[in-house]
Write a protein that binds this ligand. Structure first.
Ligand SMILES: *Cc1c(COP(=O)(O)O)cnc(C)c1O
Length: 370
């Protein structure tokens, strides 16, 4: 018997799960010569809009560009400031940088999401946008962030790359501000076979701007009426995403079930802090893009699990964005920095079996000798 291996993520399994269906679909789309801005993209956009209960979805090249175009559409310009949590992927900050603005980093709270209490102190006369990041498949308390936005007139652009299908008080992640963004990177909750992304909005003018920006500033007649760029979601990827969207609720249900199993198996270990359970708080519907725990002796635990054939990850290279060598002012964020010494992602994806999860739980329990 070969020993069990639980890789952190299994890219090949994504394809293998429904190989024949994908190949049939791709053959059909490719045979039609439907590559760019074709009906498969249109269908996916319509179906995703319906799924998320928003007016507009625009497929774009990837999640980073979704943020860039959203910031431009929200009116963020050179020299402006955008408030963003430092516990995020570098892409959130890079999008701000590449529209000429400056990220202003804030702490995260005990749920690992933007600390709402830290926003007020970060606001300056230059602040032009709030960018909450709906990390790990959970949506922040958007009532409070929207209240700040309404009081100050500063618009919200949500980086919801990790939170497709997540909700706060029944409303979809990405739908709270002027625009919200998604990534369809293969390891995301809804992943394609390459890069992909989307912008969602309820504002017809924002939708129109994104639609122009993603296709060289061209209108429906093909006339260039403004500056744009090439930032389209491939039609073939859109066709794959549209197929996967049909069973996406099952994927989310499975992720929530895995989270439940982890919590039931690990909640007696005092050395761990676990994420909220799927039924813990009726205001939140979490999709568990990641299962991010906090733990004592993190590096030792990670090495122990690795030796047992279990892949884990410390998100974002183990450093919060404000500590990257990118010329930021040295403002310490002690809560975030502390979290980065303790946090760890356990395997979380739909190709995990119950036996895999049981094995991970068993190894963690044996590390802490419980
Ligand atoms: C994945 C991700 C992005 C960027 O998405 P890409 O499609 O890889 O460009 C942005 N923000 C967060 C929080 C992400 O996890």
């Amino acid at each position: 018997m070969t020993p069990r291996k639980v890789p952190f993520f299994n890219y090949a399994a994504l394809f293998k799960q429904r190989e024949e269906e994908y190949l049939d679909l791709m053959r059909e789309v490719l045979s039609r010569g439907a590559f760019i801005l074709q009906r498969d993209l249109e269908h996916f956009e319509q179906n995703l809009a319906e799924y998320l209960d928003v007016n507009y979805v625009l497929g774009v090249a990837d999640g980073t560009n979704a943020l860039k175009l959203s910031l431009i559409a929200a009116g963020v310009e050179s020299g402006d400031e955008v408030i963003v949590p430092s516990h995020t992927y570098v892409a959130s900050a890079a999008a701000i940088h590449y529209v000429g603005a400056n990220p202003v980093f804030v702490e995260c709270g005990s749920d690992h999401l933007m600390d709402v209490d830290a926003i007020h102190d970060a606001i300056s006369p230059k602040t032009r946008c709030l960018m909450p990041v709906q990390l790990n498949g959970r949506t922040a308390n958007m009532d409070r962030i929207q209240a700040i936005s309404e009081d100050t007139g500063i618009p919200i652009v949500e980086d919801s790359a990790q939170a497709l299908g997540s909700k706060f008080k029944g409303k979809s992640a990405g739908s709270f501000g002027v625009a919200g963004t998604f990534s369809f990177y293969p390891a995301k909750v809804l992943g394609c076979f390459g890069d992909g992304g989307a912008v969602i909005t309820n504002d017809p003018e924002v939708a129109e701007r994104i639609s122009l920006l993603r296709d060289h500033g061209r209108n429906e007649k093909g006339e260039v009426i403004t500056w744009g760029t090439n930032c389209r979601l491939d039609n073939l990827q859109a066709a794959v995403l549209d197929l996967k969207l049909k069973s996406f609720d099952d994927d989310v249900a499975r992720r929530r079930e895995i989270a439940r199993r982890y919590i039931d198996g690990l909640n007696q270990i005092d050395a761990l802090v676990l994420p909220p359970g799927p039924e813990d708080d009726s205001d939140h519907f979490d999709v568990y893009q990641n299962f991010e725990i906090e733990c004592e002796q993190r590096d030792e635990l990670q090495a122990f699990l690795s030796a047992a054939g279990i892949g884990t990850i410390v998100q974002f290279g183990g450093k919060p964005v404000h500590m990257y060598p990118l010329g930021f002012e040295k403002t310490p964020l002690p809560k975030t920095e502390k979290l980065y010494e303790r946090m760890l992602l356990l395997p979380m994806h739909t190709a995990l079996s119950d036996e895999d999860i049981g094995f991970v739980i068993e190894k963690i329990r044996s590390f802490y000798a419980v």
